[in-house]
Design a protein around this ligand. Structure first.
Ligand SMILES: [Fe+2]
Length: 194
């Protein structure tokens, strides 16, 4: 239905719940080659990549104006898979405006949000359909898919001028990692953390 009567620039954001896609917006595709040095088992990474540069995750960003009065939002889809014992995940980032919070709402799938701040405090929030994780300001965040078969789909929203700092994660990694141990998700120290 269409109702008008306002000059506000509202939007209807149509998320396809089956695919996680947002019609009309391009997909940003992140394949295994984009995740070099992110997984702790380098040999497992190299041998998986030799078999093919599979998709690890996608995201859609609605491209709102970058200022402190707008909200950036979109969807993230992490595909099922593992590199050695480590689940497929997003690269993860701090916000450039470090104290900017963010909300991720789980549309479908099963996973976790790993969060840690520069001082080393860390937390994990669980994603199940209908449950949101509130990521506090100052915490880097990474979505992890622990389902063996189903994509993890989330809808995110944060202040549009927060920016993304991927470089810190690319150079240092997260202090903690989520791996499969005895068939269950487990948190371990990252042996590669610098
Ligand atoms: Fe973020």
């Amino acid at each position: 239905m269409k109702f008008t009567g306002s000059t506000a620039k509202s939007m209807e954001i149509k998320v396809d719940l089956a695919t996680g896609l947002i019609a009309g917006y391009p997909t940003l595709e992140r394949n295994l080659s984009y995740m070099k040095n992110m997984f702790h088992d380098g040999k497992a990474y190299d041998s998986l990549l030799a078999k093919g540069d599979v998709r690890v995750y996608d995201f859609f960003d609605l491209k709102r104006p970058v200022n402190d009065r707008e909200l950036a939002c979109g969807t993230s889809i992490v595909y099922p898979g593992k590199v050695g014992d480590e689940y497929f995940m997003t690269k993860g980032h701090f916000h450039e405006v470090l104290d900017t919070a963010e909300v991720y709402y789980c549309l479908s799938g099963h996973g976790f949000m790993l969060m840690e701040n520069p001082e080393g405090d860390w937390e994990v929030g669980e994603f199940v359909p209908g449950q949101a994780v509130y990521v506090p300001g100052r915490y880097a965040h990474r979505s992890i898919n622990v389902s063996p078969s189903e994509p993890l789909k989330t809808f995110f929203c944060f202040r549009a001028d927060a920016g993304h700092d991927y470089a810190t994660i690319e150079s240092k990694g997260f202090r903690k990692l989520m791996v499969e141990k005895n068939g269950e998700p487990a948190i371990i120290d990252n042996p590669r953390w610098k």
